[in-house]
Every structure is written in C-alpha cells, then in structure tokens.
Ligand binder design. Structure first.
Ligand SMILES: [Zn+2]
Length: 511
C-alpha cells in the first residue's frame, strides 16, 4: 500500500504536537506495517483561522490524481483544528477514493452510521479538550497575573524574566532612564535619537518614534503590572479593544526603573503633544485625493465650517464635499462628515487586515504578476509575416520587377521589422523581475505591525466613491508595484515599475 503523511501544527498548541514529532510517529507506524510512505504534506498554521492550508490543498490534489492509496495522520485532533475541518477532510478523501488512517485511533467508513458516530464523538472530545485546555490556561494565567508573574508577550526593554519574575536588566535600564530623563527635560525626538545612536530596542532594532512611545507610556517602568485590561482578540479576530470586566492591576509588584516624579513629567508632555497633534490633525484631511463624486466625477475636497453657538463658543466641523459643488454649484452631491468617514475607514481597514490571510494574498499577487509573463506571440507572428514579405519583395526586385510602389512597401516593411524587434526585445527584458510571495508577506507585515492610520490609508485604500444617495463605497486592497512590494516600501527603494492593485473588497459607509 502506498501512503502519504499529513501533519498539521499550530503554534498556539504544545510542542509535543510539532510536525517533526507527528512525522516521526507516522513514519514508525508505516514502517511497522509495511506501508510505503511516498509523500509527506504539512501545514504550519500560525493562526487557528488560516483555512487556506497550502499543504492540505496539495494533498487533496495529489489524492485526486490517485498518487497514493491512503493518507496517514497522527490522530484526529492533530489532523485538523476542529470537527468541521476533520469531516471536510474525510469527505474530500472519501470522494478521491483514498483511505484515511490515524496512528492512534481506529477509523471506520464514515458512511457507516455507527463508525460515523464513533468518529464524531472522538473528534468532538478532541475539540472539547482543546477548548478546555484554553480555558484552564486562561485561569492559570489569571493566577500568575495576580502574583505579578510574567504572562507572555513582549518583555519591555530594561527587564528580563527569570523564573516568571521581572528583574531589572541594568544595562538596558540605563537606556530607559536616559530616554525618560531626556524626554522629561524637553528634548526633541531627533535629539533623543542621537543620544541612542548605536543602541537597539529589545528586539535588536534601531529606535524609532513608535518605539519611544511604547517605552514612555509603559507603566511597568513605575512598577505597575496590568493584565487582561483590554479585549484585543477573540478567536484571533479584532475584538474592538474595549475594557474587560476582570482586569488584573497591581501596583509595586515589578521593580521600578523610573521614579514617579519623572514619570508624571513625561506623561504630561506626552499628553500635551497628543493634544497638539490632535489639533493639527483636525485640520488635516486623511482621505483627500481618494474620494470621487460618483455623480459628476469631480474629486471631493476637505473643508471646515465654523458655527458660533449661542453661548459664544465656536464649533468646527470638517466635511468632504464635491469640488464641483464648491466651484460652480453645478453638482448637488451631499457633503460627508469627515470625522465619521475617517473613523469608519480606519477602523474597518484595521479590522480587515487582522482578518487577511497574508500568505493567500501574497500567493495571488505573485501569481498575477508572474503569470502575466510577457506574451509576444502576436508580435512574433507579425514579424515572421513581415520577414516573408521582405523575402518575396527582394526576390521580385532581383528578378527585375522594379517599380516605385514596391520599393516604398519594402521600406515600410523594413521599418516595421525594426519596430517589432524592439517591442519583442523590450517585453522579454521585463520578464526578469519575478515576485517572491515571501517578500509580499514581509511587506504586508511591515504595514500592519505598527498600525499607523495615515500610512494604512495610503497603502490600503484604493478609491472612495460618494454615491448619489450620500453613501460611500470604499474600495480597499493592496497597492503594489511590479516586484511585489507595496507602494511606499517601493518608493523608498526607488523603484515604481509595473504598478498593480489587489482589490480585496468594498465597504459601504451608510448615507
Ligand atoms: Zn459632484
């Protein structure tokens, strides 16, 4: 019997489930039973929601081609993420006429009622165990958190974790103190950056404005430990960032690096800066250049109106309005409240990118670019035709048929021949640039890792149309250039060839 092995691993599970571990168990199983293991497939899923498993897809295709008689998995719970997944896999294999073998369980025919029920219960118990473990580990984490013990996540610069306890890393702590003191003393970002020349963040990167911010606002530096304060993710999806009902907040449980006085001065400056930035941002129009009037085709432009209220205070409102309406009054399209539209767009792209399967986007994109390999067939055919005509004309001229029309036609043919040769040469030269999916994934991670609204809008919003009913259709997708890198990344690298956009969907902003 010929068989293929399939292993699956998600990083949120235990290491004993690793692909190497499953593969070695499968290999031993096959060896003991004289099963000829002819291929191995695996998926290393980073998140539980990754449904487009490349290894799994390849396995199904190979099964459909009858490259093997059976698929061996380690066990049901390792073979899939949940009950639904497992039976989808079973049905696909059944359809392909391929047997499924588990190294730890007896699997029957799923069309047999009692075998099906046994298997359903086994798969269900497996999923129950996973959910139960998750729940218990959450409870265990809560216990750890209450003792101020490390609960995972990034360890801040200035600390190490030993036996679950935060301890001060003195050489890093000196950098932290220097940043706080310089900032409290009113130094600018470039000045502080200069002081930090040659030093790196905890992750070994150069300091940036973003890394400063997370340092300057990290309460661990004054000894405050917080855990489970906000709902960030539920089942790997953006949960809105609302406060939870049961946060753990402990003061004085971590050794402080910064004194409270310096901390207060820094927080005051951070707050003032934020207020200034917010005032400035109020006048900025995040979406300008992206909005188009569906009625007349003009660009929407930002404008601000001020109303004096009865009590004398002034109220400012930002809008986007059709440019044509302002210029000539020719268009009657509705103006859109800028705060509402910007909030809508930013929060939706933020949620959308958490849902995106970067690997899938990267593969699609690479396929599009690489698949669009230059096709010079038409030019080559015409060139062959032109060549044949030139040969015939030359023959005619040699045989003594010489008249002006023929000579003129020959000149034109030679001209066209040069043109065609140039076109073919140019197109063939373009072929050199291939897109590597991993470059695309890296670039996408770069955009999303430190979410910055202005940048995300520039990279991910293609166009917004204001419809006649006052609603807006927002087209989101990834702008990329020929070598697979998003627009901005590419401009930094000085290349902008072959711009391309991957549309990933539309959002409707209510009227
Ligand atoms: Zn208009």
């Amino acid at each position: 019997m010929k068989a293929a092995a399939y292993a699956r691993y998600s990083t949120d599970k235990q290491t004993e489930n690793s692909i190497a571990y499953q593969m070695s168990a499968i290999t031993k199983y096959c060896l003991d039973r004289n099963i000829d293991l002819c291929a191995t497939y695996s998926d290393e899923a980073e998140t539980g929601t990754n449904t487009n498993r490349a290894g799994f897809q390849a396995l199904v295709r190979a099964a459909e081609r009858h490259e093997f008689d059976a698929v061996v998995v380690y066990d049901i719970s390792r073979g899939s993420r949940d009950v639904v997944d497992w039976f989808a896999f079973r049905k696909a294999m059944k359809a392909a006429g391929v047997q499924v073998i588990s190294t730890t369980q007896q699997l029957g025919d799923i069309t047999d009622p009692s075998s099906f029920l046994t298997e359903l219960v086994t798969a269900g118990l497996g999923q129950h165990m996973v959910l139960d473990t998750r729940k218990k580990s959450m409870a265990g984490m809560m216990e750890r958190a209450k003792q101020g013990l490390y609960c995972g996540g990034r360890i801040p610069l200035g600390y190490n974790v030993e036996d679950g306890q935060y301890i001060i890393n003195e050489s890093e702590a000196r950098i932290v103190r220097m940043i706080f003191q310089a900032y409290a003393a009113g130094e600018s970002y470039p000045e502080i950056l200069q002081r930090l020349a040659g030093k790196t963040t905890k992750r070994g990167r150069a300091f940036s404005k973003n890394s400063f911010h997370s340092i300057l606002q990290n309460e661990r530096y004054i000894g405050v430990f917080k855990w489970n304060e906000y709902n960030i993710h539920i089942m790997r999806k953006w949960a809105g960032g609302k406060k939870t009902d049961n946060p753990v907040i402990l003061d004085g449980i971590i050794p402080p690096i910064i004194d409270k006085d310096t901390w207060e001065r820094v927080q005051k400056r951070v707050k003032d800066n934020k207020r200034n930035a917010a005032n400035k941002a109020k006048r900025e129009y995040l979406l300008s250049g992206l909005i188009e009037c569906a009625s007349c085709g003009a660009a929407y432009v930002g404008h601000c109106s001020t109303n004096k209220r009865k009590d004398g205070s002034i109220r400012e409102r930002r809008y986007y309005g059709c440019g044509n309406k302002y210029r000539s009054g020719a268009c009657q399209s509705a103006s859109i409240n800028a705060d509402e539209l910007e909030l809508f767009v930013v929060s939706h792209i933020k949620a959308a990118i958490l849902d995106w399967d970067f690997d899938e986007i990267a593969r699609d994109y690479a396929d599009q670019i690489n698949g669009a390999a230059p096709d010079c067939e038409a030019e080559k055919r015409e060139l062959a035709d032109v060549d044949a005509q030139i040969v015939n004309g030359t023959k005619a001229a040699l045989s003594g048929v010489v008249f002006p029309e023929l000579m003129k036609a020959m000149d034109e043919l030679r001209g066209r021949k040069i043109e065609l040769e140039n076109i073919i040469a140019e197109k063939s030269a373009y072929k050199g640039e291939r897109v590597k999916p991993e470059d695309v994934v890296a670039a996408l991670r770069d955009i999303t890792e430190e979410f910055e609204p202005r940048r995300a809008v520039r990279e991910l919003v293609q166009k917004i149309y204001v419809n006649p009913d006052g609603s807006c259709t927002v087209h989101i997708g990834v702008h990329m250039t020929g070598n697979g890198l998003p627009k901005e990344t590419n401009q930094r690298k000085g290349s902008s060839r072959g711009k391309k956009t991957l549309e990933s969907g539309t959002l409707i902003f209510p009227p």
